[in-house]
Design a binder for this molecule. Structure first.
Ligand code: IPM
Ligand code: MG
Length: 359
């Protein structure tokens, strides 16, 4: 008998626990329904971990993560911890786990459900049918570059640095994704100002020779931000560094109606992956049963696809979400006047019931 597939759930802060508990229920359901033999455990990360252990990423969590094939993370952070130094902040836990397991390839799809066309802030014809993928480099760039620090209260610095190897490996992920999609890749940098941008562009251009069937374009990040809201459907796959990817993926998320809808996968070249909804901890609505759990539910679908290679399960989850949206049920962030607004738990129950009824 093969060993069970271990999954670690890290609920974290804010709305993290609410959306994670729905992810957990969904995992139990697919475990039974598709006989996946999952073994689910939980751990501490972020502000809650700091409160309980003095460390936003305790050793115990790292140990559990090490033996898990997939990690689901709710969200980290909140105003309560704003005064802490960067090395103790909840975000440090998230950055730490990304870097500890080398989860360098962050996939952030922005797909507009046909049911949500009117929830987007952009005109219908600009966004209907939108399906783009942001591939964000996640373990390098200015987030991790040395030297960094605050110098005697008078100056502060961070370093944007990328090695050829780092650019090539994220580039390959992006080219391969484009091969499986519409064959278009847009690489985003700031080559008109930053040396790291010139280098990024050169390395990606060189790499493109290995992928002649992919049409490569380059775009400056400020223009890319504008193009994403001007004509988002011109994009298929976008590849970019850590900081630019952070910003552009929030823009792309909003095109789909709500950041609450968006899932993500962070991969390290093996099947191991970290799966998180793109939304943050949303402290303003935490504990109010208002958060949209669909970003988490769709992150579980990505886990099924990328770590466990269970495409059928992934599709079943995604189509269950579509049919719940089609029934007109919405959390407050994606509701229009004609919709019935439901809470986090009820939205979770709706998707689970739909899943149950399949096959
Ligand atoms: C994200 C978040 C994180 C990031 C924060 C919480 C550290 O904004 O996943 O996009 O900047 O990467
Ligand atoms: Mg972000």
């Amino acid at each position: 008998m093969s060993p069970p597939k271990r999954i670690l759930i890290l609920p974290g802060d804010g709305i993290g626990p609410e959306v994670s508990s729905i992810a957990r229920e969904l995992l139990s359901l697919v475990d039974q329904k598709y006989s996946l033999d999952l073994e689910i455990s939980e751990g501490l990360i972020g502000g809650i971990a700091y409160e309980e252990t003095g460390d936003p990423l305790p050793q115990e969590t790292l140990d559990k993560a090490k033996i898990s094939e997939a990690i689901f993370l709710g969200a980290v952070g909140g105003p309560k911890w704003d005064q802490l130094s960067p090395d103790k902040r909840p975000e440090k836990g998230l950055l730490g786990i990304r870097s500890e397991f080398d989860f360098f390839a962050n996939l952030r799809p922005a797909i507009l459900s046909k049911e949500l066309v009117s929830a987007s802030t952009l005109k219908e014809e600009k966004v209907s049918g939108l399906d783009l993928l942001i591939v964000r480099e996640l373990t390098g760039g200015i987030y991790f570059g040395e030297p960094r620090g605050i110098i005697e209260g008078s100056e502060a610095l961070n370093t944007m640095r990328y090695s050829k190897t780092e650019i090539e490996r994220i580039g390959r992920v992006a080219f391969e994704a484009a091969q499986k999609r519409d064959g278009k890749l847009c690489s985003v940098d700031k080559a008109n100002v930053l040396e790291v941008g010139v280098f990024w562009r050169d390395v990606i251009s060189e790499l493109s020779k290995e992928y002649p069937e992919v049409e490569l374009t380059h775009m400056l990040v400020d223009n890319a931000a504008m193009q994403l809201v001007r004509e988002p459907k011109q994009f298929d796959v976008v590849v970019t560094g850590n900081l630019f990817g952070d910003i552009l993926s929030d823009i792309a998320a909003m095109l789909t109606g709500s950041i609450g809808m968006l899932p993500s996968a962070s991969l390290n070249g093996s099947s191991k992956g970290l799966y998180e909804p793109v939304h943050g901890s949303a402290p303003d609505i935490a504990g109010k049963d208002m958060a949209n759990p669909l970003g988490s539910i769709l992150s579980v679908a990505m886990m099924m696809r990328y770590t466990f290679h269970e495409e059928e399960v992934a599709i079943a989850i995604e189509s269950s979400v579509e049919s719940v949206l089609a029934s007109g049920k919405r959390t407050q962030d994606i509701a229009m006047e004609t919709n019935s607004v439901i809470g986090t738990k009820e939205m979770g129950r709706e998707v689970l019931a739909k899943m149950e009824s399949l096959k």
